[in-house]
Design a binder for this molecule. Structure first.
Ligand code: NAD
Length: 360
């Protein structure tokens, strides 16, 4: 598979966004997040998302050069409307406000509603951790048909609704970072698997007849009326399904955002709503004791005897750190995604020479 330097892909993304009219800062924020997702090992939220952003801009559903606007400002509590602008700008500016308010009040509760796709949620927890803050993020996904079935159901009723929580470590990086879709696999992972022609893990998809399967194409199946026939399975049976439902309610309804209900418009946009709670550890207790405590706990977890069928123990956030080390010299992009990128760059108006410089 073709391998690329992160700087090459970063440049390609900024050029594509700028060709469609984005200001340089916006294009850079988009490129930063997508490339960092690839580097963290999450190709589902990396450069492969760019074609859907190009579609969004060209069909007028993704607003360029837009900023989040304040809907409610009650000191430690702020709600923003993302105005269907780039999630990379909305997320960055909402987290900037969140860390400023957490510095002032010890805690900030920030709602971001109606943003275009905000990508890998761990990115926002990392921004909070870089300022020394712990954070929780509950997110829903609407705008396209639902993707995930409620426990017991065979039809999709909500999005892959990610949950993320992180505590800061000593070096401006999260000490622990849990960042996960509430479906067993993220929808993007089914897209990457279908593009590569490989299976997904067993029993992670429900086909149109209600059977569990490992075929990613069963998820993308749509009936002649255009209704999606497949669904993703929520993790942990009723527990993951319940957490996904709380992401709809706390992550969206509570802040005036829309839930994945059929009465809410479905026009093919990828809209996220996110509730973030950002906490200054120094304001809650003793910041130094807290850092000692999380390090001691990490050692205790990692020193456990291994389960018979496992060959290692990792803490949340560690797989991403391992991927960053492995991908420091570049990362692979599968040929189907490369074709999609070439095609979307042309539609965005990127010059043929830039496309050739990147992809040969
Ligand atoms: P994943 O299953 O790869 O990882 C989930 C979490 O588990 C991570 O915190 C990871 O560090 C940890 N982890 C992974 N393997 C581990 C192991 N062996 N031991 C211990 N911990 C381990 O992630 P996912 O659920 O596929 O989600 C991928 C990304 O998709 C996330 O970044 C998420 O934010 C993003 N996402 C975004 C949206 C959106 O609409 N914006 C929707 C869904 C998912």
């Amino acid at each position: 598979m073709p391998k690329f330097q992160s700087t090459q892909i970063h440049e390609f993304i900024t050029q594509t966004c700028e060709a469609m009219g984005s200001a340089q800062r916006e294009a850079t924020l988009v490129a930063d997040q997508l490339v960092e997702a690839n580097l963290a090992g999450h190709d589902s939220h990396g450069v492969g998302m760019l074609p859907s952003y190009v579609d969004g801009v060209l069909n007028g559903r993704l607003q360029i050069n837009s900023h989040p606007t304040v809907v409610v400002d009650n000191g430690a509590l702020i709600t923003f409307d993302g105005n269907a602008g780039y999630g990379q700008v909305n997320g960055f500016e909402a987290m900037q406000a969140a860390t400023e308010r957490a510095g002032e009040y010890g805690v900030a509760v920030v709602g971001l509603r109606n943003s275009y796709h905000i990508g890998r949620i761990g990115h926002w927890a990392e921004q909070c951790a870089a300022s020394g803050y712990a954070s929780l993020h509950l997110v829903n996904v609407i705008g396209h048909p639902p993707l995930v079935a409620a426990y017991g159901g065979a039809e999709a009723r909500f999005g892959t609704n990610p949950f993320c929580a992180a505590v800061p470590g000593r070096n401006g990086r999260p000490g622990f970072l849990l960042d996960m879709a509430t479906s067993i696999i993220a929808a993007g992972k089914a897209r990457v698997a279908a593009n590569k022609g490989v299976k997904v893990p067993p029993d992670t998809i429900i086909d149109a007849d209600g059977n569990l399967t490992d075929d990613p194409n069963a998820f993308w199946y749509t009936d002649p009326s255009g209704r999606r026939g497949g669904a993703l399975v929520a993790f942990g049976d009723h527990k993951g399904s319940g957490l996904a439902i709380m992401c709809e309610l706390l992550g969206a309804a509570l802040l005036g955002g829309e839930t994945a209900h059929p009465k809410n418009a479905r026009d093919g946009r990828i809209i996220n709503n996110m509730l973030s709670v950002v906490i200054d550890p120094g304001a809650m207790g003793n910041a130094e004791a807290y850092l000692d405590e999380i390090e001691a706990f990490r050692d205790f977890v990692l020193e456990s005897k291994l389960r018979a069928d496992c060959d290692q123990i990792l803490v949340p956030g560690q797989p991403e750190d391992v991927a960053r080390e492995q991908r420091a010299e570049g990362f692979e992009v599968d040929p189907v995604t490369v074709d999609q990128l070439r095609n979307s760059a042309q539609r965005a108006g990127v010059s043929e020479s830039v496309v050739r410089e990147t992809f040969g």
